[in-house]
Design a protein around this ligand. Sequence first.
Ligand code: NAP
Ligand code: MG
Length: 491
Amino acid sequence: MGQHLSRTVAEGRAFMQVINGQPADAMSGGRIDVVSPSDGKVFASIPAAGAADVDRAVKSSKKAFEEGPWSRMPAFERGRLLTKLGQLIEKNGDELAALESRDTGKPIRQGKADVVATMRYYEFYGGAADKIHGDTIPFLDGYTALTLREPHGVVAGIIPWNYPMQILARVAGAALAMGNTLVVKPAEDASLTTIRIAELALEAGFPEGVFNVVTGYGRDAGAALSAHPEIDYVTFTGSTMTGTAIQQAAAINNRGVTMELGGKSPQIVFADADLEKALPVLVNAIIQNGGQTCSAGSRVLLEKPIYETVAKELAARFGALVAKPHDADGDLGPMVNKKQQGQVRNLVAAAEEAGVSVLARGSIDPTAPEAGFYVEPTLFGSVDPLANIAQQEVFGPVLTLFAFDGEAEAVRLANSTDYGLVAGIWTKDGALQHRMAKRVRAGQVFVNGYGAGGGIELPFGGFKKSGHGREKGFEALFDMSATKTIVFNHG
Ligand code: NAP
Ligand code: MG
């Protein structure tokens, strides 16, 4: 794909929501400017939906669930539609990558990687749709007992701006495979690919109302959606604070929720680790997507004998990092919006004021537009584990280094935040790998590797404040359905 497309895609386009198989403006007529984080300029617009639009979308999804062809469609046919959608995503991959990249500021190669992962989600769940089944249960004499996995009904998906296409795919893939219908509310800062994918779902042949999209602010459209009495299940990815608000709203109707919240994930490097293998992964796990990744490896714990050497190596690599506009494909792009740029800058400045030592700073390409939302990657060394920068999720290209003395301290430090999403363990000692993997509180543990994002087949989710419920892999299909037990008395 030429650089040209990623700079001009969707220029001037007034995007529409997708409700009941039709393009839909907001009922109020309100619109939200879509800004490119690379230059701070408006290049398109989306509808600003409110409660009335949400109500329309939910009613359409409810009708599709209860009365439409979807409710009687065999599982393998739902699977075929998902597979077809994956194929259409691949076919339109250049446009989707360019859209995602321009809308969020992520480097174009990351946009392309996101397209590949997105396609894989629909392929995976397309294949899984007719392979999940219930049990028969040995029960009393004269009885037959069995279970079915049934869809919840209308699922509300509230999606963040960091990996909009991928996160939509893991929600939509699992929810639709199990026979739910869906109302999606993407983040107002990154709604474009969600709209395009709902359009492609119609092209693939999904019946109207199965895949609805409302766009707008979280406080308006998002709040109305999570509190809507006709929603049967809510799945959310985003900040812990908004997650709490959404759970409270869903609790009014006693609805189930999946919460994929933040992280402060550790990578634990023992003295015997293969450093050649570890070093690029330690850097990439925090720099990928500008650090705006829930599973970013934001804390690196180094065993004392190797602390100085590794800190020096990481400092050299951090110092060489350059933030560039999305289409220039730098080590990282700008942050997604001004608020995020401000949050990263403020947390870095506060840590410096508190005396945390800066080991290295990357740079911003001097030709990058001044009005873009760039930040310099920053590496902090010898951080106090209780310091704010050691505890709070920055969601930016900021890495903190800690020294530890032996296995027990490594476990204590790894588990010393409110979060528990992902962990990386680096050692050649097999027994130590197993002990650490069990003692670290995290939903995913990687040994001699790290997966920030990706891993379609691998169940993913948090302990502690990182959330609850599991997405990705086969497990997501359980969250997106409920067990029904049926007992026949034929004695
Ligand atoms: P956020 O508030 O959690 O937003 C995530 C989604 O929730 C967006 O679609 C947002 O819509 C929507 N939303 C906001 N308020 C809502 C409400 N009251 N009811 C229902 N939906 C609501 O995240 P943010 O403010 O954009 O970012 C803040 C911080 O969240 C980041 O700095 C980062 O630490 C964290 N974050 C984590 C993840 C993750 O993957 N775990 C992803 C993104 C952000 P609008 O954006 O349209 O308002
Ligand atoms: Mg944007």
